[in-house]
Each structure stands twice: as C-alpha cells, then as structure tokens.
Write a protein that binds this ligand. Structure first.
Ligand SMILES: [Zn+2]
Ligand SMILES: [Zn+2]
Length: 121
C-alpha cells in the first residue's frame, strides 16, 4: 500500500524517471530522443562537450564504453534545437541555426560567412 503523499510528490517521480528530451531540429525536422542535455553526459566517461548539447547514448556502443552521439544544441540566438549537420547549423564559439546565422551574417568573421553562404538551404 502506498501512502498518498508519496504518490503526490512531483519531485520524487521526476528523479526516478530517466529524463528523455525530445530533440527536434528546427531546420531538417530530425527527431530523436536525447538522454541528456548539457556538457558532461553522466553516462559517459571523459567526455566534456564544448557547449551544452543534446546527447544520446550510442545504441551501437557496448555497455560501459560510454560512447555518445551528439545530436545538436539550442541555437545561441533563437534558442531552438538544431542538429549539428552542416546543412542545419554553423559553429562559431556557439552553435547557431542556419536561419539565424544568415540573418546575422555580418556578425560572423569572413571565413564563417562564406561557410554560411555556401549553405544551399
Ligand atoms: Zn537538422
Ligand atoms: Zn536560431
């Protein structure tokens, strides 16, 4: 028998559940389940990411090896999730979705600008 206050405790149930993020790229609509968002995935050893990213456990990696797949990150301007594919985002200090990068083109250095311009989307 469960005590009612145990069942009603919202913090407890959140902690017990494995948190899964619905990662949905704004640019290409890639949809994946991310197991972690941040810079230090708890299920991976020795991996520290340069910026907070959506990370999923590598389904093809043997257990305990701690391989991870980086899906993407929130765009530094519009804050929407974008995948790390070259067609969808550009990395310059932070990750930017290609739409924001194009709109703020003059803020990027010339070599980044040409990368953004070479994007076909
Ligand atoms: Zn994408
Ligand atoms: Zn953006």
């Amino acid at each position: 028998m469960r005590l009612p206050q145990e069942m009603d405790d919202p913090n407890k149930s959140v902690e017990e559940k494995e948190l899964v993020y619905d990662f949905n790229c704004v640019s290409c609509n890639l949809n994946e389940k991310a197991h972690y968002k941040g810079t230090k995935p708890p299920f991976s050893r020795n991996i520290i990411l340069k910026y907070p990213s959506y990370v999923m456990k590598d389904p093809f990696s043997p257990p305990g090896k701690g391989e991870v797949l980086m899906l993407g990150a929130d765009c530094a301007i519009c804050d929407k999730p974008v995948c790390i594919s070259k067609e969808c985002s550009i990395f310059y200090m932070k990750l930017f979705c290609i739409n924001c990068a194009k709109q703020s083109l003059e803020k990027f250095p010339v070599e980044i600008q040409s990368k953004i311009n070479s994007n076909k989307k």
